[in-house]
Design a binder for this molecule. Sequence first.
Ligand code: PXL
Length: 293
Amino acid sequence: MYKINPVKKIAAIHDLSGFGRASLTAIIPILSSMGVQVCPVPTAILSTHTGGFEKFTYVDLTDSMEAYIDHWEELGLKFDCIYSGFLGSVRQIEIVSKAIDLFSSEESFVVVDPVMGDDGKLYTTMDEKMVVSMKHLVRKANIITPNFTEATYLLGKEYNLKINEDEIKKWLKELSNMGPSIVILTSVPQQDSNGKTSVIAYNRDNDVFWKVTCTYIPASYPGTGDAFTSVVIGSLLQGDSLPIALERGVQFITTSIKASYGFDYPKRNGILLERVLDSLKLPVMSSSYELLE
Ligand code: PXL
């Protein structure tokens, strides 16, 4: 019998950082605004995210995560998407791997954002052992969304901002060979234009590359990676194509930064998400994505 799925649901395995609009405090409002039910699996509770605050409190929830997902297993829950991001330890990565086995089905897709670093460096909470575990975890994903720095760690490549597009395409195929059929690479340096970056994606199923170039704004706000991936996931769950999902993700981040940049406040507080959430309800009016030959 035809069964209607009135609201799609996603298991979001991320930390809860009370202040700063990263991880769950960005993911939940974005996906809710896009009509998706977010069911969080909190990995840790922090008073703030770690980007730019001198101190923060940290409660690790690794020990409670297994019982938490075991209960969900007893309930027979399955999700349309399983989405993991910032993880605090090798054991947490292993638990995410188990959650993927328990909660995915033929109809669902798994998104691993291999949050590990930025600007050529690992975050202070990361180490080489976690990089090795993350390489294992990406094998289980259908979609991964590394930034340029994370791609260098996953592939063991040198961080070189002078990379050309042909080389990037090779990297994307190599990343896809690790398991995921879709690789979405963010913060890709652009050779031809000052400071601009782009998002380049590869879909192994049809052997196609897509590119969306980002408007350059001289500011970076923590949490925008989580916001970008959430919009892309929400868009795919709404039935959009991959290039439209990428376009919506990039447009949302650009709109958010433009809505925030004119105000004078610390970047570490994050983008003014609440001022732009309603834009997620609008249809895409114009697109600039390119198909790369
Ligand atoms: O947005 C990624 C992220 C998630 N969670 C925590 C973080 C960060 C980035 O700094 O610190 C705790």
